[in-house]
Design a protein around this ligand. Structure first.
Ligand code: NAD
Length: 303
């Protein structure tokens, strides 16, 4: 895995899913427990439909139970909250994920607040956010948001100890930037969180031994923003037209980093696609396994 500059998230995720599959089989054989993940989709957002389909497929492939709930776009908040309550009380369901974004008539915060924190495999509930920031361990260990969890696994695999390294996270969202910063602090990095109001962002980025880009702007991070030898984690997923003058109307996915140019400077870099993206669903399965173990009073496996 540590060969070359490219950090191959696709291969890393495949390895992780294999380990999860093995541990899931062991859980069933030794404890008669089959982890179950419920995914709720409200509406017909095409990207969300693809995500939910992939999640269900990979859950089943790992040997877990997958419960899909598809609700029409006009679903009211009370109806969704009633479903969450039902899933909270269902012993076959160990993890609950409500696919975001939700239609305007539903408050995302109200839904996140309603999910049992022990089944909150997205790690968005305020109790898990608090546990992550206070460094909770054992029975108080948080469920960690999947995307930053995947980034950390790849960073530790590549670099070993992160202690004392300068990390710069560009982006301060609750889903990626903030939990990423918390995880890096936990690994004893010196962490800077940059965002849309940061002054002289290139200079800030150049101080980074670890640079995490979670912005949502195609190719924003240029080669001369990167410290020679730095490890670059590109979280961005941006759809741009293919370079044919827009004739075909086709699009492709690119990250927040100008990858080709950055390769000449960085020590290691995650590509887009094939970097952080595949790790996110694999980490959702990891969280479901962890949640199932904790709910059954079993020590979760180290993955
Ligand atoms: P967001 O829109 O919630 O947050 C973007 C952050 O970028 C904000 O904190 C903002 O302050 C910052 N920002 C915006 N413009 C900036 C600028 N010019 N300079 C510096 N900072 C700026 O987005 P998000 O949910 O955190 O997602 C970020 C990106 O990561 C998106 O492209 C998203 O699609 C992608 N993403 C990927 C995965 C995955 O699985 N790979 C998961 C989640 C998000």
């Amino acid at each position: 895995m540590a060969e070359g500059k490219i950090i191959d998230g696709k291969a890393f995720a495949a390895g992780l899913r294999e380990r999860i599959g093995r541990e899931t089989a062991r859980l069933k054989a030794e404890h008669d427990v089959i982890p179950g993940l419920a995914v709720v989709l409200v509406g017909e957002n095409p990207a969300s439909q693809v995500y939910v389909r992939n999640k269900a497929r990979q859950t089943a492939e790992a040997g877990m139970r997958s419960f899909e709930h598809k609700l029409p776009p006009e679903t009211g908040q009370d109806e969704l909250l009633a479903l969450v309550e039902k899933l909270n009380n269902d012993p076959a369901v160990n993890g609950i994920l409500v696919q975001l974004p939700l239609p305007d008539q539903i408050s995302e915060q109200a839904v996140i607040d309603a999910i049992d924190p022990d089944k909150d495999v997205d790690g968005f509930h305020i109790l898990n956010v608090g546990r992550l920031s206070t460094g909770g361990t054992g029975a108080s260990a948080p469920l960690v948001p999947c995307t930053p969890l995947g980034c950390m696994m790849m960073l530790k695999d590549r670099l070993g100890s992160l202690s004392g390294l300068n990390a710069v996270v560009i982006g301060r969202s609750n889903i990626v930037g903030k939990p990423m910063a918390q995880l890096l602090i936990k690994e004893s990095c010196t962490v800077t969180v940059a965002h849309s109001r940061t002054r002289d962002l290139p200079a800030v980025a150049r101080g980074a031994d670890i640079l995490v880009a979670a912005v949502g702007r195609p190719g924003m991070i240029k080669a001369d923003w990167i410290k020679p030898g730095a490890t670059v984690i590109d979280v961005g997923i941006n759809r741009v037209p293919v370079e044919d003058g827009g004739e075909s109307g086709k699009t492709r996915i690119v990250g927040d980093v100008d990858t080709q140019a950055a390769m000449a400077v960085a020590g290691a870099i995650t590509p887009v696609p094939g970097g952080v993206g595949p790790m996110t669903i694999a980490c959702l399965l990891a969280n479901t396994l962890t949640a199932a173990c904790r709910q059954e009073g079993i020590e979760p496996p180290a993955l």
